[in-house]
Write a protein that binds this ligand. Structure first.
Ligand code: MG
Length: 203
């Protein structure tokens, strides 16, 4: 399986990192080895001094497809959760400055955390999903799907024009504003609506 991540999908976050507004979904990938095993702590890597959390809604692809039409895309994902797209912001800055790819900053082991997936009960409610993250018991990010620049369907359709999406792949849909650093000893709790879908520590 693979993990496809959307960047710059919330206006306030695009502004907080002083990035340009994209005219179509921008994506990058993480390998399967980036997945943090269930129940494991996130181990702070020795190659970075600035690991940031990015709290995001995550779709699970339920049916393999390519060149998926936007108006049919909702048939290709079936469940949703909240995850963390851990980012080595210092390395990402270096990559951006040199025009290099982002893999060192985004695709490292443990950089993709996903909570417990839940069924998407009503596709009409895709624009009405609240999510968030508490760091050591304090709200750090609170997002809402209605604030996404590109919808789930637009994202899935766009990715599938270039890369076949296979059953079991994950799609991270971008982070709202409020990204920030973690440190050893932190505890992160991820919420989908009011339900805790994941809780883990930083070692
Ligand atoms: Mg992200």
């Amino acid at each position: 399986m693979k993990i496809v991540c959307i960047g710059r999908n919330y206006l306030a976050h695009v502004r907080e990192l002083d990035n340009d507004l994209p005219s179509e979904p921008m994506f990058f990938m993480k390998p399967e080895t980036a997945l943090l095993p269930d129940g494991d702590p996130f181990v702070y890597p020795d190659f970075s001094h600035e690991i940031h959390y990015e709290t995001e809604l995550v779709l699970r692809i339920g049916k393999t497809g390519r060149n998926i039409a936007e108006n049919e895309a909702s048939g290709y994902y079936d469940t949703i959760t909240v995850g963390i797209d851990f980012t080595a912001r210092d390395l990402q800055g270096q990559c951006k400055a040199r025009g290099f790819p982002w893999e060192k900053a985004k695709a490292f082991d443990g950089s993709a955390v996903v909570g417990k997936f839940q069924e998407i009960k009503n596709s009409n409610n895709q624009k009405d999903i609240a999510f968030g993250m508490k760091l050591n018991g304090e709200w750090k990010q609170q997002g809402h799907s209605r604030d996404m620049i590109f919808s789930f369907n637009k994202i899935v359709s766009c990715i599938s024009r270039f890369v076949t999406l296979k059953e079991g792949d994950y799609v991270f849909t971008g982070t709202p504003q409020g990204v920030g650093p973690v440190k050893s000893g932190d505890v992160l709790e991820l919420f989908l609506e009011k339900e805790t879908v994941c809780r883990f520590g930083v070692k």
